[in-house]
Design a protein around this ligand. Sequence first.
Ligand SMILES: C[S@@+](CC[C@H](N)C(=O)[O-])C[C@H]1O[C@@H](n2cnc3c(N)ncnc32)[C@H](O)[C@@H]1O
Length: 465
Amino acid sequence: MGKRKKVYGTIIEKMEIVEAGAKGKCIGRHDGKVVFVPFAAPGDIADVMLVRSRKNYSEGFLREIHVQSPDRTDPRCKHFGDCGGCKWQHLNYPSQSEMKSKQVADNFRKIAGLEPEMQPVIASEKEYYYRNKLEFSFSDLKWIVDKNNDENEEMRALGYHISQRFDKILHIEECHLQPEYSNTIRNTVYQTALEQNLTFFNRKTHEGLLRNIIIRNNIENHWMVSLVVKENNNDVRNFLEKLKEKLPDVRSWIYIVNDKRNDSMDGLDYKVFDGPSFLEERMEHLRFEVGPLSFYQTNHDQACELYKKTRELAGLTGKETVYDLYTGTGTIALFVAPNAKKVVGIEYVDDAIANANSNAEKNNVENCVYYCGDLAKTLTEKFISENGQPDVIITDPPRSGMHPDVVQQILKASPDKIVYVSCNSATQARDVEMMKDQYKVAYLQAVDMFPQTHHVESIALLKRI
Ligand SMILES: C[S@@+](CC[C@H](N)C(=O)[O-])C[C@H]1O[C@@H](n2cnc3c(N)ncnc32)[C@H](O)[C@@H]1O
């Protein structure tokens, strides 16, 4: 076996950054390979230090930019570059949304072998302050950015995980993704925790009282704060009492006890300390109750645009049986229900199905039925014969896309149209490839739900050939 050439530290001078690539990194070329470079912009000419080389690609970091891309802009956040989120703040927003559209087109070309015409991206009106939910973690040992930090510096932190590290928390002083009051809440929670000398969680030893806070707001700017603690005791009650006094604009104070080793909320229950147990959200004529643990799309305005487009592409006349696969809390089902004969939603989280049923009741919708179960096992011929042949299937799977059995079952059901909503166009293209002999892509569009990040939703209309 030949010796692998060491590349770490090699500087490639004046490399041209040519386009955006996977996971938000940009691409240059060297030695016949693509080089992935984070925080670069297409059009930059820069010195790049290589850190890794694989068979088909290399990875590197920007050392010096000689010519700045015209797509560059000044990042708004002081944590840019250190924090794991918002990796595209250095790109102006029109370039971000065009790059997202290109990412969807590239995936369809490379993975599905298709070149459908891309419709213009549905960009977000809000470039910042668009989220209605953020989650921060406490840590007794913060991630240090400044190597010359003062030895008396406070080491407890409340912030975000750094990229791909579950145990490293960057202390956050500002974040521009949720309306500004979110910063006041987080910073007040942090200061008060220090004043009361409460212990912060350590993800290796699993000791420490304070674990996470989840800050939610609705379109009327009502605020809910859920505090996740390792155990419930008098310190928690005194802490919440003090926070309530300092933050009078928070309507709901919730606490959740998590004594598991990981931060996942699965299987946890919540208790209301003060205020209502839910926020009410509105979309067109619909109202939804969003509880502390319920899923709700985090960019409300863009979710509304996405659902409107889904309804338009479904092109319903009132006579159709529609299946809404991966229905979550049933929002898409409720959105299209007035234009359909019947909507059948399937989802495997029972709490989400409970929310879906109560949302249908709250909105007086009587033509939706929801089933709880894993799609791969639930969507069978028997299920279809009991619930009716679908004329239209709407599907909105998680990032991993649809199970191959689900794709096969959809092909057997053979609806006239499939509206495929996706948060990962690579798996969407993979699934579409399996259907391309029976369905043609009649419409494809990127919808930007997450400005300043490389994440993008895409929506495809497939018509039976
Ligand atoms: C991207 S979300 C879509 C939710 C919903 N359409 C909305 O817009 O709010 C995907 C949903 O699929 C559900 N899910 C994931 N894997 C599933 C499976 N194998 N069977 C059924 N539901 C699943 C998740 O719990 C989640 O609610």
